[in-house]
Design a protein around this ligand. Sequence first.
Ligand code: SDX
Length: 394
Amino acid sequence: ETGYFTFDPGFTSTASCESAITYIDGDEGILLHRGYAIQDLAENCDYLEVCHLLLRGELPNPQQKEDFERTITYHTMVHEQLSRFYSGFRRDAHPMAVMCGVTGALSAFYHDSTDILDPRQRMIAAHRLIAKMPTMAAMAYKYSVGQPFMYPRNDLSYAENFLYMTFGTPCEAWKVDPVLARAMDKIFILHADHEQNASTSTVRLAGSSHANPFACIASGIAALWGPAHGGANEAVLLMLEEIGSVERIPEFIKRAKDKNDPFRLMGFGHRVYKNYDPRAKIMRQTCYEVLDVMGIKDEPHLAIAMELEKIALEDPYFVEKKLYPNVDFYSGIILKAMGFPTSMFTVLFALARTVGWISQWQEMIEDPQQKIGRPRQLYTGNPGRAFVPLNKRG
Ligand code: SDX
C-alpha cells in the first residue's frame, strides 16, 4: 500500500528492464514520475523541476531549482557551425527529418568529450540535450518559414525561451502571454516520460551498445516520428480536418471498426492504458484554458474532437476494446491554436521527451548489471536445405 493504491510493480514476465523512473497502471489510468502523480506535477511544477526529478530522482529545493535553471540556461546556445546543417535540407523538409539529422550531428560536436562511463560527463550531456532541444526545434521551424534563427535569451524561462525563439523576430520586441507560456510548460511536463514506450526502448537499446547519448537520442526521435507513436498528435489534426464536421463523425467511427479499413481513430487507444490516459484529461483542460485566453470561440477541431470522444466512449466496440483518448488527442488542437504548424507537433513531443529518454539512458548505463541489448526471435523460416548452384536454379 503506498497511500495511493495497491502497488503492482508491473509485468515481471515481459519486462524489458527494471526502472525506478516512471510507473504506469494502465487499468487504473495512473501515471507516476518517481512516485509523484502526473496531476500533482502538472499542476504545481514547472518543466525544469520535473526534469530535475526525472534526472536526479528528487524534486529540487529552491537553491537546487535555481542552480539547475542556470545550468540549463547556460547550455541553450548551439555550436554556430550546427546552424549550417539546416541549410542542407530543403525548406519543405519535415521538421522531424531535420531533428533526426541535427540531433545526431550533435555527436560530431560532443562525442569525443563525452566519456559515458564518467558520471559527470553523462550529466553534462544530459544538460546539453535538455538545453539545446528547444533551440534546435525552434531553428527547424524558423528554417521552414524562411525566417532568421533567434538566439536564446537568458532572461526567459524554458518555455518562454522556446516560444520566443519560435515566434519572435529581430524586427520587434516580443512578449508572450504568461498563460500560453504556462500551457507550453504543462504540455512539456505531460510528455516528459512514459516508461518503456517504443522510442524510450529504442534509446535504451541504442545506448546499451555504449553509443554516445546524442546518437541515442537521435534514434529515439526517429522512433517517435511514427503515427502510431508520437506522430499521432499530427495525425489527429489531419484526421479532424478530414472528418471536417460533426455530421461526418459516424462515417469515420464505422471505418475505425472495419478491420478491412486501415483507418484508425488517431489519438485513441494505447498499448498500456485500458482506461483514460491521465495526461489526456489534463490536456483537455489546458485546451479549454488556451482557447479561452486566446479568445477563440467555437474552435472547429475542438467541437469535432469533443463529439468524437463522446460518441466513441459510448460506443460498445470502443468500450469493449477499452479504447480511450490518449495524450495526443487534444494536444494538437492547443498547439495549432498557439500558432504551430501540424508538422511541428511531434517535434514538440520529442523536445519534451528528451529528458525522459536521457534519464532512462542514464539509469541503464548506471546499472552495474547492464549488458548490450540482444533480443532473440522465434525462427519461422526454412529449417535448412541443400545449396543449389546458379546454373541449376529453375
Ligand atoms: C503514444 O507507449 C506509450 O507509452 C506511447 C505514448 C508515450 O507517451 O510514449 O503514450 C505516446 O504513442 C500514444 C499512442 C498514440 N498513437 C495513436 O493515437 C495512434 C492511434 N492508436 C492506435 O494506432 C493504437 O491504439 C496503438 C498503436 C496506440 C495501440 O495499438 P494496439 O497495440 O493494436 O492496441 P490494442 O492492442 O490495445 O488494440 C486493441 C484493439 C485492436 O483490435 P483487435 O486486434 O482486438 O481486433 O483495438 C483496436 C486494435 O486494432 N484499436 C483501434 C484503435 N486502437 C486500437 N481501433 C480503432 N482505432 C484505434 N485508435
